[in-house]
Ligand binder design. Structure first.
Ligand code: G3P
Ligand code: MG
Length: 244
């Protein structure tokens, strides 16, 4: 086991046990000992930063429609918990502001930008982070690497991470070649090996694999020395590290 314990990051909250990307899921993640949370964002029709994985409300609420086509009050009129379990009835789709109000500054927040409609969300997010004065313990990631690059250009103090699911030839060198500083690599966990870890260390990059749920996979990436693990089951990972 590596000397440094990786950060336990709750994926969309404790997604395995609560309705993803709701305040209930983030609360449960913290109850289960997470040290970071991961969430996904889109922009509503009236310019609010909305926390939701999909571009539409169809899968995770009792409503329908694209987030970009709906106002905050329309989005708020739908239930985002009942689909997961009766006890979660009454949960709504949160704004990023509501999540920041709930989660203390000691918990790292990994904001994944999903909305690729235009660059409006990038400016909105930077304004939001500046207003909140919470650039330290936030990492902004995206599969759209130009999106996070532009965000870094807008606000040099924001930490940015590159998400990827395909085997990039040299991920660490690729990140290092950016004309802005990249903080972290976020590979699918099957892409993490000792060579990646060595190269990442060489270039001063931290590694946050996703989404690691099985015990053997959690142990494997922990032993490889990653900086944080994004998991649907933060309680399982906490207990595993504690040897329970
Ligand atoms: O940020 C890690 C992970 O959330 C990326 O995939 O589809 O769960 O947002 P997805
Ligand atoms: Mg995500």
């Amino acid at each position: 086991m590596t000397a440094q314990k990786p950060m336990n990051i709750a994926h969309r909250g404790a997604k395995g046990l609560a309705p993803e990307n709701t305040l209930a899921a983030f609360r449960l993640g913290m109850e289960h000992g997470c040290e970071g949370i991961e969430l996904d964002i889109h922009l509503s029709a009236d310019g609010e930063i909305i926390v939701c994985h999909d571009e539409s409300l169809d899968r995770t609420t009792n409503g329908t429609g694209a987030i970009r086509g709906l106002t905050l009050s329309e989005i708020k009129s739908y239930d985002a918990g009942e689909w997961f379990g009766e006890q979660y009835r009454g949960e709504t789709v949160p704004t990023l502001g509501e999540v920041f109000d709930l989660v203390p500054a000691s918990i790292m927040i990994n904001v994944e930008v999903k909305d690729h409609v235009d660059e409006q969300i990038e400016r909105k997010l930077v304004d939001f982070l500046r207003e909140r004065g919470r650039l330290d313990n936030v990492v902004v990631s995206s599969f759209d690497h130009q999106c996070v690059r532009r965000i870094k250009q807008l606000e040099p103090n924001v930490k940015i991470g590159l998400l990827y699911a395909l085997n990039l030839v040299e991920p660490a060198a690729y990140a290092h070649a950016f004309d802005v500083d990249v903080y972290s690599l976020h590979p699918h966990f099957t892409l993490v090996d000792s060579e990646l870890m060595q190269k990442a260390a060489e270039y001063g990059l931290v590694v946050f694999p996703w989404t690691v749920n099985d015990e053997k996979d959690l142990l494997h990436v922990t032993e490889l020395g990653v900086s944080g693990i994004i998991t649907d089951f933060p309680g399982r990972y906490r207990d595993l590290l504690a040897g329970k």
